[in-house]
Design a protein around this ligand. Structure first.
Ligand code: UT7
Length: 347
């Protein structure tokens, strides 16, 4: 049976390290609060002279392509996951096609936030399994630092997020002991507004005031001075509500992947959870009775990089020798939407 395997993996994080202490110059927060509530010690921010979601993704992609032992010209499809694209449209996929001087191949953009990379991997997996493509570049990249509210008003969101990118090249394999065994995708749109960036958007709601919306000049309904004055161009998050749902859905979707393939939590060699909050990952670890060696976390160094967090953690774990050929690796993510997903693979 044809499966897809990760043939090459790469990551890129900006050089600029921002510590918790650094953030105290912008907002009322502390190293103690951030570490205690999230586990984060520092994160990276893109430089201000041209580093973008796409350029970071391209750097990660170059490494993944080289490690796959192919040339960029052999890539036959791109899947790019991000919530912080260079442009509202077009998506980052075509910008990667241009930057890497690829052939006129298809480029697909995925908008599933923290679950974005696992969703992207699943989409690419289907294309490989049907035999349609042979070398798919899958990228997760985020540049959060340009779109956060760095005043005390936005501190519950701003301290969590960081910038970075991860990428893999997926290829077909006939090896029964290697490759993606299954992927599992879920959503529950009931809570879409709990973790969201509402603007710019086409929702017919002028801050809950429909009358004002009807009065607003046409163009202003999309992005107005008033929205910016009211900081409504920043992401919103009800952190505790997200936390409560995450600690239920993470174990659920991991168990689903294990059950689908006849495995138990004890069989996992390495779990790579989306790096949302160290407390969430620790809760999931406890629930599944996994040892410290079975779970990889690096949120302490990079913060939450949303669609980039899973490929960055996977790449770093692999570079550190924590993943060996034949290992059972589980990827799992949960976030805005809500969407959640898992992938079980044999390395
Ligand atoms: O990856 C995408 C999915 N996102 C997540 O999975 C995030 C899930 N949620 C979380 O990680 C946590 O809810 C947060 C880290 C966002 C917040 O931690 P919390 O323990 O849930 O805190 P809280 O929001 O309940 O706030 C507790 C207090 C509040 O003050 P009062 O009302 O008790 O006086 C906040 O104003 O902490 C305050 N606070 C802060 N204080 C210092 C919120 N943010 C900060 C901050 N520094 N950065």
């Amino acid at each position: 049976m044809l499966r897809s395997k990760i043939a090459g993996i790469g990551m890129y994080v900006p050089k600029n390290i921002v510590t918790n202490q650094d953030l105290t110059q912008y907002m009322d927060t502390s190293d103690e609060w951030i570490q205690e509530r999230t586990g984060i010690k520092q994160r990276r921010y893109a430089d201000r002279t041209g580093e973008t979601t796409t350029t970071m993704g391209v750097e990660a992609a170059k490494i993944a392509i080289e490690r796959a032992g192919i040339t960029a010209q052999e890539i036959d499809f791109i899947v790019f996951a991000t919530l912080s694209p260079d442009y509202y449209f077009p998506g980052c996929g075509v910008l990667v096609q241009r930057a890497l001087k690829l052939k006129e191949i298809g480029a697909l953009d995925i908008r599933n936030q923290c679950s974005g990379f696992v969703y992207a991997l699943s989409v690419a997996d289907q294309f490989i399994k049907t035999g349609m493509y042979k070398n798919i570049l899958v990228i997760g990249s985020e540049k959060h630092s340009f779109g956060l509210d760095f005043s005390t008003r936005g501190r519950n969101v701003a301290v969590i997020f960081g910038d970075g990118a991860g990428a893999v090249v997926l290829q077909p394999t006939q090896d029964p002991n290697q490759g993606i065994l299954s992927t599992h995708l879920h959503s529950d749109g009931e809570s879409a507004e709990i973790l969201a960036m509402y603007n710019p958007g086409t929702h017919a709601n002028h801050w809950g005031n429909y009358a004002a919306f009807k009065e607003a000049p046409l163009g202003d309904q999309f992005m107005s001075h008033e929205m910016i004055d009211n900081a409504q161009n920043f992401p919103f998050m009800d952190g505790p509500a997200v936390f409560k749902k995450a600690v239920v859905k993470f174990p659920e979707v991991i168990q689903e992947a294990l059950r689908a393939n006849g495995y138990q939590p004890g069989d996992i060699n390495l779990l790579i959870p989306h790096q949302a909050n160290l407390r969430i990952a620790q809760f999931v670890q406890q629930q599944l009775k996994l040892s410290d060696q079975q779970v990889y976390n690096n949120i302490q160094q990079y913060g939450n990089t949303t669609a980039a967090s899973v490929p960055i953690a996977l790449c770093e774990a692999w570079e550190k020798g924590k993943i060996k050929k034949g290992d059972l690796v589980c990827l799992a993510a949960f976030g805005s939407g809500f969407t959640w997903a898992s992938a079980l693979l044999k390395w």
